[in-house]
Design a protein around this ligand. Sequence first.
Ligand SMILES: Cc1cc2nc3c(=O)[nH]c(=O)nc-3n(C[C@H](O)[C@H](O)[C@H](O)COP(=O)(O)OP(=O)(O)OC[C@H]3O[C@@H](n4cnc5c(N)ncnc54)[C@H](O)[C@@H]3O)c2cc1C
Ligand SMILES: Cc1cc2nc3c(=O)[nH]c(=O)nc-3n(C[C@H](O)[C@H](O)[C@H](O)COP(=O)(O)O)c2cc1C
Length: 604
Amino acid sequence: MQTLVPFIPDNAPFTPEQRGWLNGFLAGLYSTAAASAIPIAGPPPSLKIAVLYASQSGTAEGLARKVAKELKSKGHIASLVSLEGYTPAALLDERYAVIIASTYGEGDAPDAVQPFYEQLCLEHFPCCENLSYSVLALGDSNYEQFCKFGIDLDNKLAALGANRIADRIDCDVDLDEPFAKWKASLYASIDDIVAARPARTAPSSSIAGTLSAPSQPSDTSDEDESNATPAHTRDNPFLAPLVDRRALTQDVSSKLTLHMAFNISDSNVTYEAGDACGVIPQNDIRLVDEILHTLNFSGLIPVQLPRAGSTTLLDALLNHLQITRLTRKMIEAYATIGQCHTLFGLLVPEQQAHLEKYTYDRGLIDLIHDYPGVLHDPADLVAMLPRLAPRLYSISSSPHAHAGQIHTTVAVVRYRSHNRERGGVCSTLLADRTPTGNRLPIYIQPNKKFRLPKQSDAPVIMIGPGTGIAPFRAFLHERRALGSTGRNWLFFGERSAATDFLYREELEAMQKDKHLTRLDLAFSRDQDHKVYVQDRMLEQAPLFWSWLQDGASIYVCGDAARMAKDVDTTLHTIVQQQGHMDHEAAQDFIQTIKDQHRYHRDVY
Ligand SMILES: Cc1cc2nc3c(=O)[nH]c(=O)nc-3n(C[C@H](O)[C@H](O)[C@H](O)COP(=O)(O)OP(=O)(O)OC[C@H]3O[C@@H](n4cnc5c(N)ncnc54)[C@H](O)[C@@H]3O)c2cc1C
Ligand SMILES: Cc1cc2nc3c(=O)[nH]c(=O)nc-3n(C[C@H](O)[C@H](O)[C@H](O)COP(=O)(O)O)c2cc1C
């Protein structure tokens, strides 16, 4: 269709020069406008995509940051948002969301993300049929509830009518491959969505100057700078000399807990009080040797590992693969290789309890003794074993008080089962197999959610029995070094005061000079009945409540299975009793202090 260009008639009140100029102007204007109405191949339309993450120790956050950056570089408008404090109702305003979610506790969301999920699960939460989404679940298959929060979230969104644009992938400790696979499928779906949308009409520069310009890849430099990748990561650890190791428990104790110090002065490793130190462990050479011997394999046989590439079987078993624990996947692989019917029998759902009993306190060596003659090819062995994961230890030093050092507080895992003395891979490496002066590969795992209050005069209540004391030793030294005037209250517990009072001299000295305002101790086995930190909290309920009224922040560190739950229940009881509230009001109160970042947990 031809566009009609208006013209100035001869009888219009203009001179011939003026008429000529105006006609020329109109012709030019209309030809440009006509051209601008024709769809031409402009830049592809961009999508507005929310990149959401549920993270406690930063892994999911790090991956989400990468995704947001890549989406921006593809021209999309990507926003990076933590699900902590995120209202699910905001999902109703989103068209596209990608979610990276890690699992904690017994298959739960990270602590701070639980309110988000609870609200999403409310009975009358509206349909999300306008939302297109994909979930990447992070977890660790050593936990029974593998990736459960990511799985639940994915299912919940689907049940709410949201449209899954790329299938969920569940990542185990080895993240790289599944992350890459998920991204490939996600980006392909996003490209399809973009391709299916009408191409953008290229605006003319003259008359469409006020139309929005095609979106440009946003600048990600701010995010990158504020979250600079740490120099040493688990894939690029620092070889830190072990400079000190001493027992914090007495020889006669039923436990061995060690104080360890690494020298980081000749590195660019930095940390903050509250962070954890990751240690890349090595299996015990004696166990590796026994496995090789039992299987009649030479350690020098070349093998291929997904990440490390070509190496020897000895190196693979010593440094890269988990040999001391059994998982369902390992049993499945072993049963398949050997077509082992007894083991297949153990893998049926009805036998779950028996499978758990079998794997609970056995390792690879037991499997190959109990079901011999299965492994003939070292490649099969390597393929069935999961990657040896780093172990985390809450740092017990303060960078301001212990410059150039990292301290950790390590409980050594030793037990006997099925006629064999066994030990935790990393804690026995630290205790028995690393002479002081030797170096170990370490890195910092930041824990931004476990920080002292910004106001140096704010009171803090720290509850850390056992090795849970570690970050609180760091906090106490940090507050002293920085001259923080806030009051400090510590609850510590162990089995017996005579043998297990970790950092006794330091803590008593801090109590004496009033840096530690209160120290409440619970030694469970020092009297007829068991006493735990939560009992001490309850005994001090009025004072505990008054500290809370004064704005105290609460920190809990240590055992997740029982202690953290009991402490949480006790906190609810104190708030209910002292605040004269019913159960619901107490829950709201505790949610409020969580929202104010005054209730932090670092539990494992
Ligand atoms: C954020 C975080 C902070 C942490 N901070 C600290 C800390 O400050 N100090 C500290 O000591 N640890 C800490 N840990 C725990 C630490 O990371 C390791 O899990 C711990 O040291 C055990 O590792 P390991 O390699 O020695 O034992 P592993 O080789 O991992 O073996 C431990 C496993 O052995 C099995 N096991 C243990 N005892 C028995 C038994 N009696 N019977 C049967 N099976 C058994 C269990 O399956 C157990 O999971 C922290 C963990 C996290 C996640
Ligand atoms: C204390 C603790 C509890 C965990 N519980 C589970 C679990 O129940 N299921 C699971 O699959 N992974 C579990 N994990 C593994 C984490 O989900 C996994 O390490 C994840 O990559 C952590 O992500 P983040 O760094 O973003 O928090 C747990 C990890 C820790 C430290």
